[in-house]
Design a protein. Sequence first.
Length: 202
Amino acid sequence: MLRNWRRPSGTLRGGDSLAPATSNWTGTLGYFVTKRNAVGVLSNCHVMGAVGNKLLSPAKMDGGTNDDYIGTVEDTALTTGVDCGYASLRREITTFELIDGTSVTGTEAARVGTLIKFCGRTSGLVQIGAVESVDWAGKVEGKQFRNQILFSNPVQGGDSGSLLVNRENNRAIGLIFAGSSGHGLANQIHDVLAALDVEIAV
């Protein structure tokens, strides 16, 4: 899906294209988080890559250039429970929004039946589907994961890193890291925040 990645000057949004400056892949900027009172961004470890990487939004394969450098990867975690990363921002961000113009109101634990939405680099705004399991276990590209959220909506390449949100109250419940033509998988949001020692920015 081709999208216009040019944003209004000075803005950054959850759901925007994101990748390291030297990469040939792209993923999604999930949302904004705070760490020791500083605002940064959240995505997957496999999207951000190594600590020290400079991130572009939009990604290079979406037309990004060195002028689109937004920050530097400071922390990542890749375990059986999470695939996540945190990057500090090079400039101050004071408006925290998804690409649909809404703001995340907090966090909560995912429950079977929770109605979901997410904003992905490839899929854009998705507002269908529900949580089917909160304890999925299995292998993704050869790596074992446990205690994951399985939801009933397709996830496309480039959507990795999207924030999974309860669409009834806009609270974050997970961080999408994998999917297929029929389902998506997300880390539990509280496991992600604990692994990176961050909080969702509200």
